[in-house]
Write a protein that binds this ligand. Structure first.
Ligand SMILES: [Zn+2]
Ligand SMILES: [Zn+2]
Length: 295
């Protein structure tokens, strides 16, 4: 397994790389552009080339881009929906420039008071994914992330993710990212061996576990099946240390890249989470901790 963090990109690419090194990242997730602004500047060609080279030299892989938070692929508002497709296409192109393996996206939700049938939402998201992939014209995969099911968020059931993939024309370019905290909050008992086995069987039936590319490893600040998305520090939430032992050592998961999106991305907090997670890994699967970068 490779362990990393979602690392902020403020301050530019060399600062981002520095943050990744300080956090001993073996894999990495970033935003391209501010996560809550529609505008994003395309990285300059030389900048992107230098980044790809530095990332390759540091053996940090795979790199994932998390799509902008504003986009809503299930929006009932045509203007917002088309805008979301354009932004997702741009994130896919940026990801390709930066040598990323995939772009992770939330699935969105129909606007409150504007409820639609689940079938409508599935088709809407599949159409948006297809349109973004066609507009981007790059090889980067689009990873659909499961949700905690907050409000009317789509994707709290693995079957919905499978249905979207089945409805898409470009299903070969769609993959999946599962978040431990979202799964737990949605009622999948990832913290118990038999619960995780059952959840992974369900995921396998829904979309095929061979499509699972990435795990978001977050503890949950809210109890099991609460339907609320609140990430928390590893071992300090309701999943807890015993729960993470089940997750990170599971034979169907332990080969996957694991990215933490724990709160307050201070170096100290991130390193504490890294130590907490590493302690959960059986010694025979634990990789050597990367050395801290020289100042
Ligand atoms: Zn996540
Ligand atoms: Zn979340």
């Amino acid at each position: 397994m490779r362990i990393g963090f979602h690392v902020p990109t403020q301050g530019g690419w060399s600062k981002t790389l520095q943050r990744a090194r300080e956090r001993r990242c073996e894999t990495l997730q970033i935003f391209v552009g501010a996560p809550v602004q529609w505008k994003s500047a395309q990285p300059r060609t030389e900048e992107a080339a230098a980044w790809r080279e530095a990332i390759a030299r540091s053996d940090t892989r795979p790199v994932f881009v998390h799509a902008n938070y504003l986009l809503n692929l299930a929006s009932t508002d045509g203007t917002l929906w088309r805008r979301s497709i354009r932004r997702l296409a741009r994130d896919l192109r940026h990801a390709a420039l930066l040598g990323a393996a995939g772009v992770v996206t939330h699935l969105g939700s129909p606007k409150a008071g504007n409820e639609r049938t689940p079938g409508w939402c599935i088709d809407r998201i599949a159409a948006a994914a297809d349109a973004a992939l066609e507009a981007a014209e790059v090889e980067v995969e689009l990873l659909l992330e499961n949700s905690a099911g907050m409000g009317s968020a789509i994707g709290s059931r693995y079957a919905q993710i499978g249905d979207i993939i089945a409805a898409a024309r470009h299903s070969g370019r769609l993959a999946v990212c599962l978040d431990s905290a979202h799964s737990f909050a949605a009622g999948y008992a990832w913290h118990r061996p038999e619960g995780l086995d059952a959840a992974l069987d369900e995921a396998d039936r829904a979309f095929g576990l061979q499509r699972l590319r990435l795990l978001h490893i977050n503890d949950s600040r809210v109890p099991f099946a609460s339907g609320v998305d609140r990430h928390w520090h590893i071992g300090r939430g309701y999943i807890g240390t015993a729960g993470f032992r089940v997750i990170v050592n599971h034979p169907r998961l332990r080969h996957l890249p694991m990215v933490m999106e724990t709160p307050e991305a201070s170096l100290e907090a991130d390193l504490r989470n890294l130590r907490a997670l590493r302690r959960c890994i059986d010694p025979q699967h634990r990789t050597t901790l990367r050395p801290a970068p020289r100042p």
